[in-house]
Design a protein around this ligand. Structure first.
Ligand code: TTP
Ligand code: MG
Length: 382
């Protein structure tokens, strides 16, 4: 396979940085965003100033307040972050159509072939950083590498405002000292197992044969075999923006509100959810449509902070609309429909990712302590 050039772009302390940008008085201060849903009082993110006190994503708010009583605690303003996210996406898409957004503030770009237009890929990475700083007002970190796996690790390595380049011939040395927990497919349990076998770093993982890896990882064994050698052929999947997903049913005979109507709506919820799932999409809003016997049509909708593609949750949300927002005095029902909109290709939060990131940062610090930073600098740092 020809050498590819992948960029991984990730905004620094995204929600908190937007808050600091919108209110310059907060710049340089420990800002903690989160806990607004009321469901779970957890930290969505914290500014780097707040991280110094030990505050981090997914931590209970009570803990964050204890660690950083002088912090500025703010609620999540999802709409605002999504607006900023769209503007960032626009900048990124001016470099290549091959973009795969993977969360609200990060994306992979395949810039192979764009170099003639924009210069070397690291120059492109630098240019993107400058534009996001100038046109949006935020800093981001970028990893440049021959594949997704390495680009993602590279972008996390020098946060905030980092730019790390891993070249084709540095693939193996770049990974050698990183902890095994950084491998995709290695969760806490496997990590412990590997450590018990005396395998602490990705470099050490290379000692295992493909057969041994298959024993440990099952089907993932082959992937791990390649990843630990810096080989990852996954392509960038750019998706067109899906606006909405909907489904509706017209009854053979007009029906009165009751069990049949509810069961039909439940069926529509499951269908909409499975279509979201199939395309790996999440929706924050749903709309219920009811057409009455006299053709009068009403729609009722609701929006939630947390996007979902769970059949159970969509059904719960749809049912709430049906129970609380529909006035059945118009008579019998001819048609019922359900639309999922405000669709994104990511969920709002990914606790697992956050945990991994925390661990990576901890590991990098340890390696730097041990080797004075030399080990990490194997990937060239601009
Ligand atoms: P991240 O990119 O993981 O984190 P970050 O941008 O805040 O910080 P950095 O990249 O510099 O480490 O997540 C992007 C946003 O997603 C984050 O600002 C808030 C939200 N988020 C949550 O709501 N819950 C979470 O557990 C995580 C990890 C992120
Ligand atoms: Mg980020």
């Amino acid at each position: 396979m020809a050498t590819r050039e992948i960029l991984h772009v990730d905004v620094d302390a995204f929600f908190a940085s937007v808050e600091q940008m919108d209110n310059p008085e907060l710049k340089g201060k420990p800002v903690i965003v989160g806990g607004s849903t009321g469901l779970r009082g957890v930290v969505s993110t914290a500014s780097y100033e707040a991280r110094r006190f030990g505050v981090h994503s997914a931590q209970p708010m009570t803990e964050a307040r204890r660690l950083c009583p002088q912090g500025v605690f703010l609620k999540v303003r999802m709409d605002r972050y999504q607006e900023v996210s769209r503007r960032i996406h626009k900048i990124l898409s001016s470099y290549t159509p091959k973009i795969e957004p993977i969360s609200i503030d990060e994306a992979f770009l395949d810039v192979g072939g764009c170099q003639t237009l924009f210069g070397r890929s690291e120059d492109m990475a630098q240019a993107i950083k400058i534009r996001i700083k100038k046109e949006i007002g935020l800093t981001c970190s970028v990893g440049v590498a021959p594949n997704k796996f390495l680009a993602k690790i590279a972008s996390e390595m020098r946060k905030p405002d980092g730019l790390v380049v891993v070249r084709e011939d540095e693939k193996e040395s770049f990974l050698v000292d990183l902890p095994v927990g950084e491998m995709w497919g290695v969760g806490k349990v496997t990590e412990r197992k590997l450590q018990q076998m005396g395998l602490h770093t990705i470099g050490e993982l290379r000692r295992l044969s493909l057969f041994q890896l298959k024993n440990i990882f099952g089907k993932l064994g082959v992937r791990v075999y390649h990843l630990c050698r810096g080989i990852d052929d996954r392509v960038i999947i750019s998706k067109r923006e899906t606006k909405s997903i909907s489904s509706e049913t017209t009854f053979l005979h007009d029906i009165s509100p009751g069990e049949l109507l509810e069961r039909t709506l439940q069926g529509l919820s499951v269908e909409v959810a499975s279509r979201l799932n199939n395309e790996n999409l999440w929706a924050r809003s749903i709309q219920l449509k009811i057409r009455f016997a006299d053709f009068k049509t009403i729609t009722r909708s609701s929006t939630y902070e947390e996007a979902t593609n769970s059949p159970k949750l969509i059904w719960q949300r749809a049912r709430e609309l049906l129970d609380k927002k529909v006035d059945f005095s118009y008579g019998k029902v001819r048609l019922i429909g359900l639309v999922a909109f405000n669709i994104s290709i990511y969920r709002q939060m990914d606790l697992f990712a956050s945990e991994k990131t925390q661990r990576l940062r901890g590991a990098i610090k340890k390696i730097e302590k041990r080797y004075g930073g030399a080990a990490i600098r194997k990937g060239s740092i601009l």
